[in-house]
Design a protein around this ligand. Structure first.
Ligand code: PLP
Length: 436
């Protein structure tokens, strides 16, 4: 099943990466709840630990349940290889470290998720990795002028959290490649069902699969997919070309570089062997199983959620106490053409609206909803509501918040699987309460 890449999304989401014959014909992917795997014999042990033979030895570096998830997401995205990690933030962090380890710069959109922005602004500089933030990532002159000798990548979100601004991925990929650097896209909000960044030239895709991919608000997890097209031996990334003890032995003539050992799968192999093995934010087999279970219904969940989101956004757009609806899925949104190009199935089920009133009134809406859950997550089967300026995006400086339209009267919604009319009714009564 794993090799049949020509199959369509809905077949791959159920079968990709899993061959029941190799698992006692179990119909559901078994959970390999084990730390270690027997070497078998000393010859095989030598080959496994030197990465000369594929196989499992220790779950921090790989596990058969997790391997199914990794192959499945790679196939859904059309990538060469993928690796699962312990959270979306681990996926973001390991990707940046793998690209700019030892020092360098990354060009990044300024209107990204709060913790990513905080990490890039305040933590990575302490590791010698510096960021050039771009206010409008679709202003290509601004992006191009920020690229320097030691720039290692461009980092963007395909659809931003929470204002749903859309990034022109194809144009940015071309720009990045002209400068010999890869494009990294955080595709958490659309999930692979709504958008395939690799099809438009993206090199590395990262996910918080905590969100829509798993889809039930029950598992923190992250995924990294490599398209397998970028040449990491182009001279800018010496960490991929240097000889490694871990890929051979102490004898220099036996050592190999990641590019020599893994070819176009070097990026993911390096995350697994350097970052999972040594930094250790591994996803457990049980959590991999939960993410796999979520993926089985990804299309069905997203299709319903997107349809409901559109209806709710349209309702809010004509509600007197709403100043603006921040949802690029609406037909009068300035980015509508870009949305039509990239998102034929809709731009997503998460969006924001600005209350035409005080922050107290916005808080009253949060306190008055009965079906929506007030909590810091998105992409759940349940509908969620939050004030991002005070919570999920609190660590973004106010000047940046202002630029991306994130005031304290902005409310973010993540639409779940409940009846859409009940959801509209819930928002309607909460808004009325806030303004009575
Ligand atoms: N990327 C985006 C776009 C997110 O919205 C989030 C979390 O909200 C993350 C990354 C981090 O994911 P996690 O919470 O799984 O670490």
């Amino acid at each position: 099943m794993a090799e049949k890449k020509q199959e369509k999304f809905d077949t791959l989401k159920i079968h990709a990466g899993y061959d029941p014959k190799e698992h006692n014909y179990a119909s559901s992917v078994p959970i390999y709840q084990t730390v270690a795997f027997g070497f078998g014999d000393s010859g095989r042990a030598d080959r496994l630990v030197n990465f000369k033979e594929k196989g499992f030895s220790y779950t921090r570096m790989g596990n058969p349940t997790t391997a199914v998830l990794e192959r499945r997401i790679a196939d859904l995205d059309g990538g060469a290889d993928a690796v699962a990690v312990g959270s979306g933030m681990a996926a973001v962090s390991y990707t940046i470290l793998n690209l700019a380890e030892g020092g360098g710069r990354i060009v990044a959109a300024a209107n990204i998720y709060g913790s990513s922005f905080d990490e890039f602004r305040t933590l990575f500089p302490k590791y010698g990795i510096h960021f050039d933030f771009i206010d409008d990532i679709n202003d290509f002159d601004q992006v191009e002028s920020a690229i320097k000798e030691d720039t290692k990548a461009i980092f963007v979100e395909s659809v931003t959290n929470p204002t749903t601004a859309v990034t022109d991925v194809a144009a940015l990929a071309q720009l990045a490649h002209r400068h010999g650097i890869p494009l990294v896209v955080d595709n958490t909000f659309p999930t692979p069902y709504l958008f395939n960044p690799i099809r438009y030239g993206t090199d590395i895709v990262v996910y918080s699969s905590t969100k829509g991919i798993s889809g039930h608000g029950e598992v923190i997890s992250g995924l990294i997919v490599d398209a397998g097209n970028f040449d990491f031996s182009n001279g800018r990334f010496k960490q991929f070309e240097e000889k490694e003890f871990v890929l051979g032995s102490e004898e220099e003539h036996e050592q190999r570089s990641f590019v020599e050992a893994f070819g176009n799968k070097a990026f993911i192999a390096r995350i697994r062997i350097k970052y999972l093995r040594l930094f250790g934010a591994v996803l457990s087999p049980f959590e991999s199983y939960l993410v796999l279970l979520g993926i089985e219904t990804l299309s069905e969940r997203l299709a319903k959620q997107v349809a409901s989101a559109k209806k709710i956004a349209e309702f809010l757009a004509i509600t007197p106490h709403v100043k603006a609806v921040q949802y690029s899925g609406l037909s009068d949104h300035p980015q509508h053409e870009l949305v039509r190009k990239y998102f034929p199935r809709g731009v997503g089920a998460i969006f924001a609206f600005e209350v035409n009133g005080t922050e107290e009134q916005a808080k009253k809406i949060l306190d008055s909803v009965k079906i929506f859950s007030y909590l810091p997550n998105v992409g759940d089967a349940r509908s969620l509501i939050v004030n991002p300026g005070r919570t999920t995006h609190r660590e973004i400086p106010s000047v940046n918040k202002k630029q991306s339209g994130l005031s304290n009267t902005v409310i973010r919604l993540s639409i779940g699987l409940e009846d859409v009319d009940d959801l509209i009714g819930d928002l309607d009564q909460a808004i009325h309460k806030a303004f009575e």
